[in-house]
Ligand binder design. Sequence first.
Ligand code: AMP
Ligand code: ZN
Length: 194
Amino acid sequence: MGKRKSEIEGNTPKKIKPHWAMGLMDAMKDPKNIVKSDDLVTVIKDAYPKAEFHYLVIPKEDISNLKALNKDHVELLKHIENIAQEVASLEEHKNKIFKFGYHAEPSMAHLHLHVISDDMNSSCVKTKKHWNSFNTPFFLNPQDVRESLETDGKVSLPTPQQCKDYINTPLHCHKCKYEPKHMPDLKKHILTHL
Ligand code: AMP
Ligand code: ZN
């Protein structure tokens, strides 16, 4: 039988990412996407922004995801956080509040830190998963990620069941106690916070 969704590598089943999930590598090479770049990282605009401003800080080193990090990467993570802060502080973002985070289970290959304005006002926000991936503990605080790496030599991640639970959390507004039944209600409601 041919290998399909998973490939056995030793005793560990390794998920193969579909082609679309490899897109960040190409995206970070395209000058029209690049907001900022230095020896260590490239910052690109998210192609499907989940807020008015949404960027990804991507290390140039080929690091697949948080699980591939070790203690030698602590300084790199600090740098990623500093660059994220610099991008959020750009003049064009005056009066905007930004959030920073890694997704506990990213859909795209290649480590990336999200830098996202906290309005969540975008036509690309369509599903409960889109919403909850930025508004529950599925969105991992970068300092917590770095500190767990520093302390334990690896990043402490929620379990797959916890991730599922976060993504399935009933919808709630991130700015007040409103609990909409459906995304269209929530999308209308968040306009009241702009
Ligand atoms: P994650 O769930 O953390 O892997 O998020 C991946 C992010 O990459 C999402 O916010 C997508 O909108 C974004 N994205 C997907 N494809 C591209 C691309 N080709 N260029 C830039 N951003 C992308
Ligand atoms: Zn609200």
